[in-house]
Design a binder for this molecule. Sequence first.
Ligand code: UDP
Length: 330
Amino acid sequence: MSKVPVLVTGGAGYIGSHAVLALKDGGWPVVVVDDLSNGSRELVPDEVPFHDGSVADGALVTRIFAEHGVEAIMHFAGSIVVPESVEKPLDYYRNNTVASHALVSAAVAADVRHILFSSTAAVYGAPERVPIDEDDPKLPINPYGASKLMTERMLEDAAAAHPFNYGALRYFNVAGADPQGRSGQVGKGSTHLIKIAAEAAVGKRDHVAVFGTDYPTPDGTCIRDYIHVSDLAAAHVAALELLTERPDENLVVNCGYGKGLSVLEVLDSIDRANGTPVRREFAERRAGDPPQLVASNARMLDKLEWRPAYGDIDTIVRDALSWEHTLLER
Ligand code: UDP
């Protein structure tokens, strides 16, 4: 199998930086573009070529393609905060949909052969049933999910008309950190449960608010499918292998473990890892939270040369917590 040069957009961000590590560990030539609006330069290893700029800058990405002989793209750059997308929808359509259009146009012009796109379970909206299958209705309930779904559609149509294939990876709840401590979530204004709980465990916060205890679930709190960020990064490498080996096929796939955990179960895991319990405060529901999001990962297991390496909540939480300690020492 040939390991073609890969451009990682958003490679200084949380998931992108883990993908860079997975590619590098697997021997793939890799180059990063990131405008550092949310990313951190220090998450990208020094030996990886780094370009500070936007994927919407067609001249810049065209230069990068030529300079590094790029044949594949992993496209992570974008905006990811759901409530912000409701307040600033046009920013989300610009940063996620319009910027992707610029990137894909430049890629087509430069004959880049493979594009992997960072999509989300938010494309399903509030699903009627779990586990969610890839073919279930795509009815996003916020601009974030809609902006990602539009890009998926654009890729589908463009891949049918031009000589490239694509993958859209729909992430469920991504958490944890590189088990070797090389990267993790930096958290400017964290909103995600495990990150917040880890911050509370190391004393950066006083408590964790549990948003809603009256959902129609066994313990009344929301259920999510948490996947370790390094397992997700490995899934990207496996997906890229598939795209390069089967240039006539595309791939749309859920990324999760197919296992649901409640907010309280996650907090129990934090308490186990931390030794002392983190203070919980029961609060109102957070607007827009569906009661349950769990992936069917049958397709992921079937299509990809991939199996979870860190597939239990205690491992995810352990790595999130040790990264939080690393951040304290910085
Ligand atoms: N959550 C919570 N307290 C927090 C952050 C999140 O109770 O401080 C809950 C949230 O309501 C949801 C689940 O944890 O039910 C996962 O939320 P998160 O923001 O991590 O991911 P999402 O599923 O919204 O993408």
